[in-house]
Design a protein. Sequence first.
Length: 322
Amino acid sequence: MAHATFTAEGQNMESFRLLSGHKIPAVGLGTWRSGSQATHAVVTALVEGGYRHIDTAWEYGDQKEVGQGIKRAMHAGLERRDLFVTSKLWCTELSPERVRPALQNTLKELQLEYLDLYLIHWPFRLREGASRPPKAGDVLDFDMEGVWREMEKLAKDNLVRNIGVCNFTVTKLNKLLGFAELIPSVCQMEMHPGWRNDTMLELCKKNQIHVTAYSPLGSQEGGRDLIHDQTVDRIAKKLNKTPGQVLVKWGIQRGTSAIPKSQNPDRIKENIKVFDWVIPEQDFQALNSIPDQKRVLDGEDLFVNKTEGPYRTVADLWDHED
Ligand code: NDP
């Protein structure tokens, strides 16, 4: 369900209602690989761009910079309660006793009292110091239920407003739903016209789990160049929008929030101007028909060990569902 609210710029800014009752702004700023530029990007997004939603993770190594950006934006007059800040629990912390300390460390780095959303970053546990690709013994057993119970406690203690998951499959989400006392508010997945992942979107919708589309532009270096895709480019020209805006809007029109990353001030501001127009049905369907559906972020480098396992192929990671 989308709700209209207004940003500082007076631009129409939609948000989606989560199962918990909280609202998640439809567009957030991604910060992966923003590095030292993260502070500036966050300030630009919040103060000039009208963003209210920031996506980070311990693993990005930029939480301190993101936190400084949030702090500066609050000095400029924004209120914490108007912001939606997401971070993620890294794979080395996927054992029950490590969950709370990891969150506390994240809060400290971000200089925040609470998060709006805390996500399990990937459903695979890694040994601290694991290699990329992993060596034998680097990928450990993951006690999903034990970890989820600890996530639930963080929510009960109001250290996080919502909890959720990323990079889950139908198999893994159904397993989680089998024991969860608190249903995940959000499932964050790679989604763009080059990887629609309709199956997960349907399952989440059925269970009233909101989906956030990550890598909505096809991701970064080594990703899929959707910005120069013929169909995207044609529709952008026709609508007098940029390819980036068409890609973000496509995600929102499917009912997902989207978190485009940029560290360029003009592109940051451009990517959120998606609220006073629509992609006409015919063009929307053309975007839904882009061939060569393929993930960019398949997890191979992080979790696959071709000879030792436990995951020997990318298909193993995704439970042979693709
Ligand atoms: P995106 O799909 O957001 O694409 C980012 C790339 O597009 C950057 O190279 C950026 O360059 C460029 N770009 C941004 N805006 C435009 C534009 N309007 N026109 C042309 N190029 C543009 O990639 P990400 O993979 O970073 O995904 C977004 C966010 O999703 C991440 O930053 C992270 O927060 C989250 N994420 C979560 C994952 C998970 O496992 N949960 C995995 C991956 C991502 P420039 O900065 O120079 O503008």
